[in-house]
Design a protein around this ligand. Sequence first.
Ligand SMILES: NC(=O)c1ccc[n+]([C@@H]2O[C@H](COP(=O)([O-])OP(=O)(O)OC[C@H]3O[C@@H](n4cnc5c(N)ncnc54)[C@H](OP(=O)(O)O)[C@@H]3O)[C@@H](O)[C@H]2O)c1
Length: 323
Amino acid sequence: MFAVYAESFSSDDPLTGLVVGERPDPEVPDGWTTVNVKAAALNHHDLWSLRGVGLREEQLPMILGCDAAGLDEDGNEVLVHAVVSDPGWTGDDETLDPKRSLLSERHQGTFADQVAVPRANVVPKPASLSFEEAACLPTAWLTAYRMLFKQGGLKAGDTVLVQGAGGGVATALIALARAGGLRVLATSRDEGKRKRALELGAHDVFESGARLPMKVDAVMETVGRATWSHSIRALRPGGTIVTSGTTSGPKLDDAELTRIFFLQLRVIGSTMGTRSELASLTTMLDATGVRPVIDRALPMDRAREGFAAMAAGDVFGKIVFTR
Ligand SMILES: NC(=O)c1ccc[n+]([C@@H]2O[C@H](COP(=O)([O-])OP(=O)(O)OC[C@H]3O[C@@H](n4cnc5c(N)ncnc54)[C@H](OP(=O)(O)O)[C@@H]3O)[C@@H](O)[C@H]2O)c1
């Protein structure tokens, strides 16, 4: 079948290991099913995979892609929950299996004609969402939903700062926070992206690192090193920083520990989300009319263009591949 996969790793030039070609049809273990992929969204995770983060040499070739929307074996419109739990996992639906993996880590990913997934990972797609829109939900939008409403504990009337407004997770954070009744501040390095963040629902936008007119209840962090200090300094006493990514790198010059203990700040990690949170997010979009921002949709055989745009940071919202 047609597939976009990683053949080798390069930390400096990740696109050298990217192949647009053919791979064998998926193997389908007991309790799993297949989804015919109609649309699949690109995530920074796919670039990390080409850099060798989270994958080992002996796992190659690996079909990339965590997110998909398409048709199940009976022709129903579905989306795929990208988190694959260990078969022995017996935890509740609030927590995530510590032995989990994402599609394209241990099991082949979604940038292909077909993907095999555990039956429980198939979620109905509302007719109001297009395949392209639904494909944006399983990673970036689910991560944003959990960061705001579960790990961040935010509610209508709270004030939130979103760093790096142009990203896939960041655009989801802005749109979901606005729909959830929050006051939304956002930063971006780029003037054009700041303007688009306002159109998307941010109440106020600032250059990265700029002094803010007010302290916020919570900061949503996916940038890491480049914005961490600013994020900590933006919080009111007792405020919360939720971190789910480190696009600019994980090593900090100054973790701002003194400020963290003196102001009794809360530092919370967040990753992906549960199947029931994905179902709630889907309902929220169906009910509110909020839709993922799609930077561009490309036929999957032009995936290399999408990867290059993401590597260059030349993106506002999600890049989606269609079949
Ligand atoms: N833990 C999880 O489950 C999970 C899930 C999804 C994503 N993530 C992680 O979250 C991060 C974002 O993912 P994504 O898919 O949204 O990536 P993306 O679409 O490529 O967005 C990256 C964002 O980072 C900002 N940025 C990059 N370098 C920066 C710098 N030096 N200074 C300031 N801002 C900078 C950019 O903001 P501007 O250009 O607007 O300034 C851009 O919005 C990635 O590291 C990804 O691995 C984690």
